[in-house]
Write a protein that binds this ligand. Structure first.
Ligand code: SAM
Length: 232
């Protein structure tokens, strides 16, 4: 199982250092659930480690061995344990049943077909206890965002550059990230908010909330959408 994240595992934390707005949101949901929490696409533990630091058990799934290695290091530095397991979002290697599954920072955009998305949602339902919640965020780029970034190298953080190529017909973003200690190109696929809602409902979830940002302001056409779905 190779992953486009393997070659940027050491770059990921400096690349995402400014992304902090979602941590408190997922932490609140974890506290509300009481745990344990399954994080799909745990990455380097940006969200999982703060949750574990609250004494809440986290099971983190990721397909990138290198990202999991960085996560284990980060957890050790913080003096916490995260139960890390290598696996796919569609077939997470988890037998436990939990009150909360999270999939932060747009990781669902790694799913390119509705079959893949449905497989993730079915897996999440399987993992959840009755009445359990699935919290995640995705984005649906606006015309302005596309126009400002299309095919231009932009310095996201000092010495770390991104190149976005948007295909509005296929609704895919091909993103190249380049830094002093790594480079990768990955493909992401987006849907409209209505399409996400329909997929959730078809999978047997009730949409409890769809926010436009992590401060829980209602969704009103923003690029980001932040979801809480409940098993019925
Ligand atoms: C944008 S990062 C998010 C990491 C972390 N959740 C965060 O908020 O910083 C996406 C993560 O999903 C993982 N990922 C991508 N496709 C995956 C798949 N099919 N199965 C499991 N993990 C996957 C990547 O390896 C990466 O660590």
């Amino acid at each position: 199982m190779s992953s486009p994240y393997d070659s940027i595992a050491e770059l990921y934390d400096p690349w995402s250092v400014s992304v902090v707005e979602d941590v408190a949101f997922y932490l609140q949901e974890a506290r509300r659930s009481g745990g344990p929490v399954v994080e799909l696409g745990v990455g380097t533990g940006r969200i999982a480690v703060p949750i574990a630091a609250e004494g809440i058990r986290v099971i983190g799934i990721d397909s990138s061995r290198a990202m999991l290695d960085v996560c284990a290091r980060r957890a050790a530095l913080a003096g916490v344990e995260v139960d890390l397991r290598r696996g796919d979002l569609r077939t997470p290697p988890v037998r436990e049943r939990v009150p909360l599954v999270i999939c932060p920072f747009r990781s669902l955009l790694h799913m390119h077909t509705n079959d893949d998305r449905r497989a993730v949602l079915a897996a999440v339902r399987e993992l959840l206890q009755p009445g359990g919640r699935f919290a995640f965020d995705v984005f649906t780029p606006g015309a302005e965002d596309i126009a400002q970034t299309q095919d231009r190298w932009l310095e996201r953080e000092p010495g770390i550059f991104e190149l976005a190529h948007w295909d509005e017909t296929a609704r895919t973003l091909t993103l190249t990230v380049r830094g002093p200690n790594g480079e990768t190109t990955m493909a992401l696929a987006w849907l409209s908010v209505d399409e996400w809602r329909a997929l959730l409902e078809q999978a047997g979830f009730a949409v409890e909330a769809c926010y436009g940002w992590f401060d829980r302001t209602p969704f009103k056409g923003q690029d980001d959408s932040v979801w809480i779905a409940r098993t019925e």
